[in-house]
Design a protein around this ligand. Structure first.
Ligand code: NAI
Length: 266
């Protein structure tokens, strides 16, 4: 059987924050499946290097510099992709940042830095690409949320607020654009080892806690996100919109607690 249920070949896919980490793994996953992938990021050197490295292993990947905190960059990106590729099938909103500190220590600059990129930037990019998709009558958007979306971890409140906003944005855009054939879904990753979190997880005590509280007993890697992203962009998810899927090794499924062996019966 020539199964096209999960096919994304020939799709034109934009991945924001595609130079490293989760975005890079997702970009490579699409490129390996013959999609035409555009990766974006702020720093031209690292972006071009990432595109060359992925292209050498997988299909073609085009780097376009775009700081999602700058509306002019977003408009330039979308215009260029449409001019060069004709249309956009899928947008994956990955670009994100964090500054970890207690709420009482968060400065206005910390707050603006995180929210401008994680939420306002994601919204403006979704909107710019959405205008094109709604007019075209088809398209798919995938937003990267977090386990902080529903229950905030301690000391990352502006980040958690931005990710709660991402899930709400996902539902709201799904409601508005569903009639126009545009689907919007999200992925909420668990604890994933990337540059964003490497320093944190190098703390052995924290790593032991993360593994103990993840039913699959390991932290995630960026490649763990690829299958879900491909699924959401493929015909297999054609009747699915407004949902955020948790890809977290079971971390949010329930609570591990230090109950004695045997359920405390003995
Ligand atoms: P990372 O730091 O390795 O990668 C972040 C990417 O976003 C980089 O490519 C960076 O260049 C890009 N970026 C940052 N600011 C940008 C801007 N203003 N404009 C354009 N690109 C920008 O981080 P990681 O871990 O791969 O995170 C990717 C996404 O996944 C983020 O939205 C993050 O919040 C989310 N996430 C990560 C988790 C983790 O455990 N690593 C867990 C849950 C969500």
């Amino acid at each position: 059987m020539n199964d096209t249920l999960f096919a994304v070949s020939n799709q034109v896919v934009i991945v924001s924050g595609g130079s490293r980490g989760i975005g890079r793994a997702i970009a490579q996953g699409f490129a390996e499946r013959d999609a035409k992938v555009i990766i974006t990021g702020r720093d031209e050197l690292s972006l071009v290097a990432a595109a060359e490295q992925i292209s050498a292993k997988a299909g073609s990947v085009t780097p376009i510099v775009c700081d999602v905190a700058k509306l002019a960059d977003i408009e330039r990106l979308v215009a260029k992709v449409i001019a060069d590729f004709g249309h956009i099938d899928t947008l994956v909103n990955v670009a994100g940042v964090n500054r970890r500190k207690p709420a009482l220590d968060v400065s206005e600059d910390d707050y603006d830095f995180i929210l401008d990129i994680n939420l306002k930037g994601a919204f403006l990019l979704s909107q710019a690409v959405g205008r094109h998709m709604v007019e075209r009558g088809s398209g798919c958007q995938i937003n990267i949320a977090s386990i902080n979306t529903d229950r905030p971890l301690k000391d990352v409140l502006p980040y958690a607020m931005s990710k709660a906003g991402i899930a709400h944005m996902t539902r709201g855009l799904a409601v508005e654009w569903g009639p126009s054939g545009v689907r919007v879904n999200g992925i909420a990753p668990g604890f994933i080892l990337t540059d964003l979190t490497q320093k944190l997880w190098s703390d052995e005590k924290l790593q032991a806690w993360g593994k103990a509280n993840t039913p699959q007993r390991r932290l995630g890697v960026p490649e763990d996100m690829v299958g879900t992203a491909i699924f959401l962009a493929s015909p297999a998810a054609s009747f699915m919109t407004g949902q955020t899927l948790y890809v977290d090794g079971g971390y949010t499924a329930g609570w591990a607690w230090p109950i004695p062996e045997g359920g405390g019966q003995r």
